[in-house]
Design a protein around this ligand. Structure first.
Ligand SMILES: [Zn+2]
Ligand SMILES: [Zn+2]
Length: 180
């Protein structure tokens, strides 16, 4: 599995330092919807001495399956990231004997020491932005319940439903008997 690590040690050891990391990341397919475009944006890391602040605005395009017509469509997604993590220890930029490390006590940690797993962090944000019940468009007509034709591509030849469903199934059973 490919991981996208960013070494933030330089920021961590220098209070007041601010570094920008332009990112372009593809996520592993099993863990996120397929991406039509990589996640692009700039991650800004800033040390406040006792905390490290991460922020940035990111954009991508994901492939989703429409819940009504079952076709795949692209959805552009933009999200803003804001995170703060406490740090422990004295930064080496302050005292040559010191060494500060990021403390990530989250149940899904994105830091290992002062290395940030950027793909994990971005995935967490991306998943929160996705709709629970995706539809390709608000007026998607869905599929014909009889023949499965995609009604966005035009009407099918099925007769419009009328009459009581019980009579309909009775008529169908009768018809099937005759043709057998
Ligand atoms: Zn649809
Ligand atoms: Zn039909």
């Amino acid at each position: 599995m490919k991981a996208y690590w960013i070494d933030l040690n330089d920021v961590v050891q220098h209070p007041g330092r601010r570094v920008e990391y332009p990112l372009e990341i593809w996520l592993e397919r099993e863990e996120a919807p397929p991406l039509a475009e990589p996640i692009r944006g700039t991650l800004v890391a800033e040390s406040g001495g006792r905390i490290i602040r991460l922020q940035g605005e990111f954009h991508t395009v994901v492939w989703l399956e429409c819940g009504r017509c079952l076709s795949y469509f692209q959805l552009p997604v933009t999200f803003e990231l804001h995170e703060e993590f406490p740090m422990q220890g004295i930064p080496s930029g302050v005292s040559s004997a010191g060494f500060a490390t990021v403390e990530d006590k989250d149940s899904f940690p994105v830091f290992e020491g002062n290395l940030l797993r950027a793909d994990d962090l971005l995935r967490q944000y991306l998943l929160l932005e996705l709709p629970m019940a995706p539809v390709c468009r608000d007026d998607c007509k869905g599929l014909c319940p009889t023949c499965g034709h995609n009604l966005n591509e035009g009407e099918c030849t099925c007769a419009p439903r009328k009459g009581h469903p019980a009579f309909e199934s009775l008529a169908r059973a009768w018809y099937e008997e005759e043709t057998n």
